[in-house]
Design a protein around this ligand. Sequence first.
Ligand code: B16
Ligand code: MG
Length: 217
Amino acid sequence: NKTGVIFDLDGVIVDTAKYHFLAWKNLADSLGFEFTEAHNELLKGVSRVRSLEILLDIGDATVSEEKKQEFLISKNEEYLKYITKMGADEILSGASELLDALDDLGIQYVLGSASKNAPLILKQVGLYNRFLGIVDGNSVNQAKPDPEVFLIGAKKLNLKPENCIVFEDAIAGVEAANRANMTSIGIGDKKTLSEADYNFNNLTEISADFIKDLIEK
Ligand code: B16
Ligand code: MG
C-alpha cells in the first residue's frame, strides 16, 4: 500500500499529559509557585527541555544550568512513577480499533512522538510490537513543530511524505505534519487544531471508510 500512518503518542494513543502535569506540578510546588492545568496545555507536544523552560518562565524563576539538569532528572523520575503503573486499560478509546482497521486494510504505521519515554509507555500498554517503527524524542535533533520526527517516520514507512497521514493532538504536532507536507488529522478541540486538514474529537470517530477514502485520494 502506498499510504502509511504516523501516530503521535501522548493525547492520541494514551493520556500521559495528566502524569506530566502531576510531575511538573510537583517541581513547581517545590519551587514555590503555582502550576495549573491551563499552564500544562502549553507543554503538550513540546520537548522535555522546552517544557522546563516554559515552566520556569511561568514561575518567573531563574536557575543555573546545573539546577536545570537536576530538575529534568527529578521530574522524569517522578513521571516514571506513574508510567510504570500504566496498563492496557489506559489506551484511549478507539485507538486499538483503529490499529486493527489499519491492519485489516494492510496499512503500515509508525509512532512519531516527542517523548523519550515512548518505547516504555508502548510496552506498558502492550502496543509496542504493533508499530513498524518508533520515532521518539531520542531519535530527533529538532523538536516539533520542526517536521524532523515525521520525516524520519516516512523513511521508516519507506514512503514519500505526501503519502503519510499524521494523527496529532498538539498545535506544534499539526504544524510539524503540515510542514512535512503530510495529511494532518487533528484529534481534540477543532478550534485549537484549526490548522489540521481534518478534525475529530477522538479516535472513536475515525471509520474504516474515512481511511479508505483518504487512501484513494
Ligand atoms: P518526555 P507526544 C510529548 O509526547 C508530550 O506531549 C509532551 O508534553 C512531553 O513534554 C514530551 O512528549 C516529552 O516527553 O519527557 O517523556 O521525553 O505528544 O509527542 O507523544
Ligand atoms: Mg501529543
